[in-house]
Design a protein around this ligand. Structure first.
Ligand code: FAD
Length: 716
């Protein structure tokens, strides 16, 4: 805790102690007020201005320090100053006092609460940021919620101070009036509880709920407004139309068919989308061949004196196509037709919120539908670097067509795709130069992760150029050149072919997004709410076209929510659960992550502890000559609750599954430690990481006494 926080805390504690120490609470009772009333009124007659100031200051102090007695103070306002002046003074004093209490709670506790409960607070914070003023207004109007608790609780949320002040002042006005008015009749009052009759309380509750209901109604009307000018068909051909048969589209259609909805899936190119045809599957197939070659190179490490690999690059690339062919039936028209999906091979265009036009070999037809899921994916982003069009660049869409190994390959980009392909081509025999403008590759991961991967890349002969910004492509003397800026200097890098892998842009053109004015996010993806709905509530978007993640498994995850909400939303809508999202980058060493890493936790102000297990010590990893990497687990301080895990090493993407399950179901490190892991496996690393945590939290005092107990036993 910072020094200023300690000072403020001590000051507040001292003031509260003085209040109770001197028994001042006894003055803030109805009886005391009644006995003092005549004296106070006299004083007010003689010193009207001073009386207002003193009363206001006292009111602010009582409410600012969250002391008991605000209700009596309000009655006193009515008794001494009358209805009009009393209401005015109390209204300002109570709002100022409430804001001071709110600020004190925010200053003293908000960071602490955020660091302890940051991950769980996200949904509450988002709700308060969106509708906080309405919630506060309701709380203020319903006098059942204690005044001081609202002040303190709101201080822990991200609501703006200005908003808190004015909403409080307006919201408390009705209650203030009732109490001040009661104060003008002080002599007739027997108890504080009698001031608010059940009927009055009920009216306040209704009044309080009104703005919240009005807001919901407004949201509903606004959501409907986007449909203005569109004619809704009287009946529909379909329950659902899905655009795109990649991971997101296939799963959406699968779910719809499984629950017997009428669903049409439209794909303009290849069933399976990017993942099957140009993404996960071909990249992992090529990585496998490259890994074999790396083992041949490392033969000595396995006690093999000499091993040679004679291979033809074109044959390796044909194997990649063979792997795609073998997986293809999983995503095929035949399979989905059998599952009950109408599959159309054609181009879809949304022409109204309920109609999709399909252009196929059979001509054009329009399908009417209650809901639409857009799963149109993304494509490689090609930056507008001068001269890029002159160098016949490759992307992750076209690299699979290569049948001749590039001698000198330049890879632009240090993200997952760039890294996987850099190492793969280096292992296949290309001289690879990887260019990244940031100081390290894999920027989303903690620095030591990048460090391990960069070291391995360097060992395998990759020419890694970090802090290099690509500026221009040129052809000099028939040779392709990249001009990059490095530390203020222009550096020339010669290459035969360049692979551009600096990110993926959502597919937004050509299928009705612009025509319908489907809203986009600042990231230039289709904007969706927590239910995967676009600004047209019956049009949903999932996968790469919507983000925020660009993985096959997250596309499939979102697809479940989109399909279920589209088909059953009139009964219940489900918010997409992003609480536990894993991913892996399939470099060697593999890098896998779920939840927070250190840089994320620090950026979000979330407190954590680290348990780090070095895989160099693991028996199976030693036996496999893969003794490198680590399992790093972030936990809540003092608890075994897992906040996030990063694994670097052989099969990290598989090993992380145990932690994904643990996080999803709230299983802590103690339970992982208490679970049998087969010996000797790489999975034991997870248990040992839990062991590292356990040792760091060993009950030192208890162990000391146990030692003494055993010593005593030895003597008796
Ligand atoms: C090289 C590479 C490696 C990758 N490796 C992995 C990995 O290991 N693990 C992982 O999880 N992710 C990986 N990804 C990411 C993964 O491929 C994507 O996240 C995933 O494919 C997204 O699925 P999607 O359904 O959103 O889109 P897509 O798979 O792109 O599918 C969209 C489909 O929509 C179709 N379409 C678009 N517009 C229309 C239209 N108007 N009418 C009809 N059809 C249309 C397209 O033709 C396309 O088939 C990788 C990506 C690449 C490029």
């Amino acid at each position: 805790m910072t020094r200023s926080r300690i000072v403020i805390m001590l000051l507040l504690a001292a003031l509260i102690a003085v209040f109770f120490g001197f028994g001042l609470q006894h003055y803030l009772t109805l009886e005391s007020l009644k006995t003092q009333q005549a004296g106070i009124a006299d004083y007010r007659q003689q010193h009207p201005a001073l009386a207002v100031l003193l009363y206001g200051a006292l009111y602010v102090a009582v409410t600012g320090l969250s002391l008991p007695g605000a209700a009596v103070m309000t009655l006193a306002g009515g008794a001494v100053f009358g209805l009009l002046w009393g209401t005015l003074i109390v209204s300002f004093a109570s709002s100022i006092g409430a804001t001071l209490a709110f600020l004190a709670a925010r200053f003293l506790l908000r960071d602490w609460v955020k660091s302890r409960f940051g991950t769980r607070l996200q949904a509450i914070d988002a709700g308060v940021s969106r509708d906080g003023a309405f919630y506060l207004f309701t709380l203020r109007l319903v006098p059942l919620f204690p005044f001081f608790m609202i002040n303190l609780a709101m201080g822990l949320t991200p609501i703006k101070t200005r908003t808190f002040y004015w909403v409080s002042q307006v919201g408390m006005l009705a209650g203030t009036l009732v109490y001040v008015n009661a104060g003008t009749q002080l002599a007739k009052l027997d108890s504080l509880s009698g001031i608010l009759s059940p009927a009055l309380l009920g009216s306040f509750a209704l009044l309080g709920l009104f703005p919240l209901l009005a807001k919901k109604m407004l949201d509903f009307i606004q959501a409907r407004k986007v449909y203005e000018g569109w004619n809704k068909p009287a009946r529909f051909d379909n329950n659902l139309v899905v655009i795109g048969a990649g991971a997101g589209g296939l799963v959406s259609a699968y779910i719809a068919a499984a629950v017997k909805a009428k669903v049409t899936l439209i794909e303009k190119h290849k069933m399976g989308g990017d993942c099957l045809n140009t993404g996960c599957v071909p990249s992992k197939a090529l990585i496998r061949s490259a890994k074999f070659l790396s083992h041949v190179k490392r033969a000595g490490e396995f006690g093999i004196a000499k091993a040679d690999a004679d291979f033809d690059f074109a044959t390796v690339m044909e194997r990649v196509q063979q792997v795609i062919k073998t997986v293809e039936p999983h995503d095929s028209v035949a399979r989905y037709t059998e599952l009950g999906v109408d599959v159309i091979q054609g181009t879809a265009k949304i022409v109204s919120p309920w109609e999709v036009e399909v252009y196929s070999a059979d001509g054009v037809r329009t399908i009417s539908t209650r809901s639409i899921v857009i799963a149109a994916g993304a494509r490689p982003f090609v930056p507008p670097i001068t001269g890029i069009e002159t160098v016949d660049y490759l992307t992750s869409d076209t690299v699979w067509n290569l049948r001749e190994l590039p001698k000198r390959l330049l890879v632009l980009g240090g993200g997952p795709i760039g890294c996987e392909l850099t190492q793969t081509f280096a292992r296949l025999g290309s001289q690879v130069t990887q260019v990244e403008m940031a100081p390290r590759i894999m920027l989303r991961e903690d620095p030591e992760v990048s460090e391990l991967v960069m070291t391995r890349f360097a060992q395998e002969g990759v020419d890694l150029r970090v802090n290099h910004t690509a500026k221009e492509f040129a052809i000099e003397n028939g040779e392709n050149i990249l001009l990059a800026e490095f530390q203020g200097q222009t550096v020339k890098i010669a290459f035969d072919q360049v692979l551009v892998a600096i990110g993926r842009a959502a597919n937004l053109q050509g299928y009705g997004v612009e025509e319908l004015n489907i809203a986009l996010s600042p990231r230039k993806t289709i904007d969706t709410n927590a239910f995967q709905q676009t600004n047209f509530p019956n049009i949903y978007a999932v996968g790469d076209v919507a983000g925020p993640y660009q993985f096959t498994h997250t596309a499939a995850h979102q697809a479940w929510y989109a399909a279920v909400n589209a088909l059953f939303g009139s009964f219940k809508m489900f918010r997409t659960d992003y609480s536990v999202i894993p991913w892996s980058t399939f470099t060697d060493p593999e890098v896998a992550r779920v939840g927070l890493n250190e840089q994320d936790a620090q950026a979000q102000g979330i407190a954590y502890e680290v348990a780090d297990y070095g895989i160099a010590d693991l028996d199976r990893a030693i036996a496999d000559s893969e003794a490198h990497g680590f399992v790093k687990v972030l936990t809540q301080p003092g608890k075994d609750k897992i906040l996030g895990v990063t694994i670097v090493g052989e099969h990290a993407g598989d090993l992380i599954a145990e932690f994904v399950l643990a996080m999803k179901h709230g299983i802590g490190l103690n339970k992982i430690l208490g679970t049998i892991h087969i010996y000797p496996t790489l999975a034991e690393a997870n248990k040992y990481a839990a062991g590292v945590w356990k040792r760091a939290h060993a009950p030192v005092g208890l162990l000391h006494w146990l030692g003494r107990y055993h010593a005593w036993l030895r003597k008796h």
